[in-house]
Design a protein around this ligand. Sequence first.
Ligand SMILES: C[S@@+](CC[C@H](N)C(=O)[O-])C[C@H]1O[C@@H](n2cnc3c(N)ncnc32)[C@H](O)[C@@H]1O
Length: 263
Amino acid sequence: MSHTSISNTYEDFVKGFHPKSGLDLKFYKQNQMQRRILSFMNSHGYPTYPEFLKALNADPVLYDAFFKHLTINVSQFFRDTNQWKTLRQTVIPLLIQSKSQLKLWSAGCSGGQEPYSLAMTLMEYFPSTKFSILGTDIDVNVLRQANDGLYKQNDFASTPPEFLQKYFTSSDKGYQIKDSVKRNVQFQHQNLLTDRFQTGFDFIACRNVVIYFTEEAKEMLYKKFTEALRPGGILFTGSTEHLFGLAHLGLKPVSSFFYQKGF
Ligand SMILES: C[S@@+](CC[C@H](N)C(=O)[O-])C[C@H]1O[C@@H](n2cnc3c(N)ncnc32)[C@H](O)[C@@H]1O
């Protein structure tokens, strides 16, 4: 197959996949996405995009497996330990200087590990601060896990052992997050690229989500995040996601991976 015909067919696939999934792959970098789609098609025995699209429409199990493969929902509690230390020592103290109640959002929250880590941090180190946390994701399967709050040992590689004891109950099924943590966290289905955002957030974490987004999609998203923050609110990005040259959005770095909206 020539490169041109793959490329044309990819565009048709993107058009055909959008109505069913709500996921518009034109916002994602073509090279990486095409590679991921072709590797899935190969390993499941579909030689062409039209055959694969037909199978996705007919087989919900295949569709779920493919959606999971595309959205890459790997996460962990307290992923990137150093950033959580900065959050605790510098960022939250800055936020609560002027407010005793915080509104936080974990955008692209996967199975809930990130918003629950935020909740535990506030409960443990800032017990007099009231807060609410929103967790959103495009993948309904990860949101099911987030709502269930049940995790396996390997979700906790970066978690202080005393947190595991204090905020989870263990059983033969795994580790269940306690209701005292859960009650402050709400989950919602949302596509960051197309849906409207709430506003007035003190803090937004969007980490390891934009890796496959095009530069235009990232720019649009960071602009929407900035609008969703209150003046003085802070955006937390992933450990490879430096926002160089985005000062025009009105964000300035507080520390690596934390950006504050101007007052
Ligand atoms: C690698 S996980 C990151 C989870 C967590 N933020 C962390 O850093 O551990 C990326 C998540 O982004 C979600 N995602 C990808 N594209 C999205 C979109 N357009 N809207 C909302 N969520 C999206 C995926 O479903 C996945 O759960």
